[in-house]
Structure formats: structure tokens, C-alpha cells
Design a protein around this ligand. Structure first.
Ligand SMILES: C[S@@+](CC[C@H](N)C(=O)[O-])C[C@H]1O[C@@H](n2cnc3c(N)ncnc32)[C@H](O)[C@@H]1O
Length: 294
């Protein structure tokens, strides 16, 4: 499945790309946002595109083949942004974009284990070079660690019971696949609660594991810190987040730096239009925050 860039029009408006300027797309994915910026500026900007997922980079390279001269592709964790720029001999950039989380290319790839909808090994690594997988956590973490992960990263009210059931089940046989885990969660959450939930009963546990496997909050925290330092004066940072843990982190970081390093431009968070959500339901939880370097 193709990945549709979320809030493409809004990102373009807020990044406000100018000819000759240099931008960083820290979450290149399928290259959707980068392509929008390149099209709008008729390729008269340079973009450094970072992603740690080699499949994403491969697709982005194909999608952006008409702009080979303008894009530098880098496979790395965006938390290394300072080092990446240094290696490229770049001191400051004119805009930085984060479109966090996963792309449809990742979620809809049944083999990667992100989705409870497809049977697959419990993997969930965006960067396959990393060692920690969801299966390792589920089968090796202690009951209290599991409870904390499900509560902290999934805001799952039934964290304690799910952790208990996971530990009980894995003594009988390892929880190796997405379906194994869905089954354990199904048994842990009482049916009257399951049926009342607006989202699938496994959503929160799967989100929690994905965040833990990919250290999403730690990466974002470090990356935001560096990003503000690397922006040139009047350079903008745009961050699209997809769950409240991420959004709270962005909001807090921006607030701390407001008036010192940056000026917050989006006093009210920006959300996708109803029309966009209709076309692309994955956009429904997206929130965009923008700040400008002073
Ligand atoms: C929502 S997608 C981006 C989609 C892209 N904006 C587009 O329109 O095609 C997020 C991407 O960020 C990447 N990503 C997430 N965390 C990362 C990190 N810490 N370092 C590098 N890439 C990361 C994922 O691998 C994924 O490809």
C-alpha cells in the first residue's frame, strides 16, 4: 500500500520552503513530504532525508528519482542528527520536519509484525539492525516490567492483568507471533470491556511494545533538543505526532524553549481536515506543532 503524506498542504505552508535553502526530513519514509516540498520549489532546494528503515529508503529513492541531485539519503536514527550534519559538513539548516511513527509501508507489511491484523512474528523493529524485538520483550521481561511498559507507553488500564497473562502463557509456550499475543490480550481483558472499546482491544498493548522496541520517546527527546540548536535564524521546525505521549513531549520541549531559542507559531495545535481524514483515516490522530528559531 502507498503511504499518503499527512497534512501535506499544512506542512508546506508552515515549512514555507525558499529557493536555495536546505531542509532536513528526519522521517523520510516513502518520501511523500519531501516530494511535496521539491515539487513546490521546482527542485530548487536541497533536502537531507533520514530514515533508519532500509525498505523505506529504497522506496524513497525510487519515488524521488527525478530529484537525485537535490536529496541526500541517509540511513540513521534521527537522534544522531548533530553527528549526521557534522559528517556532511553542515552547520545550520533552514527547516526540519518530523512526521513521527510508522508509515503505511511498515504497518501494512504483514511480515514486520507491527499490526495485530496480520499473523507475523512479533518483531516491530523499524530498523532491522537493532537487536531488541517485541518477541524478546514479551518472552523475557519480568511481569512488573511488562506491566510498566503497557501502562506507560500504551496507557493501557488492563496493563497488570495483561502482564500477568503474558507471563502465565509464556510458561506453557513462547509468545512468538502477533496472533499469539492478540489471543493472550483477548483472554486478559474481560469481554464486556473489549466490546465497549472504541479501538481494537490489542491497540494499546501493540503501541506500547512498538514504542519500547524502537525507543521512540527517547529518540524524539534527544532529537528535538539538537534540532533547535541546528536551525538557522527564522528556520522552522514542524513536528507531526500521532499519540499523546509524543505530542506532550513536543509541546513541553517547545514551551521550555519558547522565548529563548524559538517562538511557537502554532498556539493551537493543527489537525488534519475532515476531508483528509475521510481519504486517509490514518491521519485522524495527527497533530502538527510548528516553531521558529529566533
Ligand atoms: C510516518 S513515516 C514518514 C512518512 C513520510 N513523511 C512520507 O510522507 O512518506 C515515519 C518514518 O520515520 C521513520 N523513523 C521513525 N523513527 C525514526 C528514527 N528514530 N530515526 C530515523 N527514522 C525514523 C520510520 O522508519 C518511518 O519510515
Amino acid at each position: 500500500m502507498r503511504h499518503l503524506p499527512v497534512m501535506g498542504r499544512e506542512v508546506l505552508k508552515w515549512i514555507n520552503p525558499q529557493e536555495g535553502h536546505l531542509y532536513v526530513d528526519c522521517t523520510l519514509g516513502g518520501g511523500g513530504h519531501t516530494k511535496i516540498i521539491l515539487k513546490e520549489t521546482k527542485g530548487k532546494v536541497r533536502i537531507l532525508g533520514i530514515d533508519w528503515d532500509e525498505e523505506a529508503l529504497e522506496i524513497a529513492r525510487r519515488e524521488l528519482k527525478d530529484y537525485q541531485e537535490q536529496v541526500i539519503f541517509i540511513r540513521d536514527n534521527f537522534k544522531n542528527l548533530s553527528r549526521i550534519l557534522k559528517q556532511q559538513g553542515i552547520k545550520k539548516v533552514d527547516g526540519i520536519l518530523y512526521d513521527l511513527g510508522m508509515s503505511s509501508l511498515q504497518v501494512d507489511n504483514p511480515q514486520r509484525g507491527f499490526s495485530f491484523r496480520y499473523p507475523a512474528p512479533l518483531d516491530m523493529r523499524m530498523d532491522k539492525r537493532r537487536e531488541l524485538t517485541a518477541a524478546k520483550i514479551v518472552n523475557e521481561a519480568s511481569e512488573s516490567e511488562l506491566e510498566e511498559i503497557f501502562r506507560k507507553f500504551g496507557e493501557e488500564k488492563w496493563a497488570k492483568r495483561i502482564a500477568k497473562f503474558v507471563v502465565r502463557e509464556r510458561k506453557i509456550s513462547p509468545i512468538a507471533t502477533t496472533q499469539d499475543l492478540v489471543e493472550v490480550i483477548r483472554r486478559a481483558i474481560p469481554s464486556q470491556v473489549r466490546y465497549k472499546r472504541r479501538v481494537h482491544f490489542a491497540t494499546k498493548t501493540f503501541q506500547a511494545l512498538r514504542i519500547k522496541v524502537n525507543e521512540e520517546l527517547e529518540n524524539l527527546n534527544e532529537a528535538l533538543e539538537d534540532s533547535l540548536n541546528l536551525l538557522s535564524s527564522s528556520g522552522r521546525i514542524c513536528v507531526i505526532s500521532y499519540h499523546s505521549l509524543e505530542d506532550r513531549l513536543v509541546k513541553r520541549k517547545f514551551k521550555e524553549a519558547h522565548g529563548k531559542q524559538i517562538r511557537i507559531l502554532t498556539k493551537k495545535v493543527i489537525k488534519p481536515s475532515r476531508e483528509e481524514i475521510k481519504i486517509n483515516p490514518r491521519a485522524r490522530s495527527a497533530k502538527l506543532r510548528v516553531a521558529e528559531r529566533i
